[in-house]
Design a protein around this ligand. Structure first.
Ligand SMILES: [Zn+2]
Length: 108
């Protein structure tokens, strides 16, 4: 089993969410706008530094708010927008995400 697999999944989900949000709200096509790219870099960095490591809850449910307030507002907006829509565009990622959030033990 590859190490940090859970974190990698979470990174992919965050990335997919930001891409979807940027495309629909900022009219970008292949690349993110500067602002969203910055948010993505930040989110990935936070995940990389997460003190829970592999045992972390999904960021949406995490009790430690490691984002700085303005970034937190931005990622919340993205998650609120893209979360429900991910069910259609990335069904597997979205389902995995919900699953991980609800039932850590059975996930692996
Ligand atoms: Zn954008």
């Amino acid at each position: 089993m590859p190490q940090r697999s859970h974190l990698n999944t979470e990174k992919k989900i965050v990335e997919a969410m930001i891409y979807l949000y940027c495309k629909k709200n900022h009219g970008t096509t292949e690349r993110l706008c500067t602002e969203c790219q910055e948010l993505l870099n930040y989110a990935h960095k936070r995940l990389g530094n997460c003190k829970f490591g592999e045992d972390k809850p999904t960021c949406a449910k995490c009790t430690v708010h490691c984002y700085k307030p303005d970034m937190r507002e931005r990622i919340k907006k993205v998650m609120r927008y893209s979360g429900p829509r991910m069910l259609y565009t990335h069904p597997l990622l979205a389902i995995r995400h919900l699953w991980d959030g609800r039932n850590r033990q059975a996930a692996d």
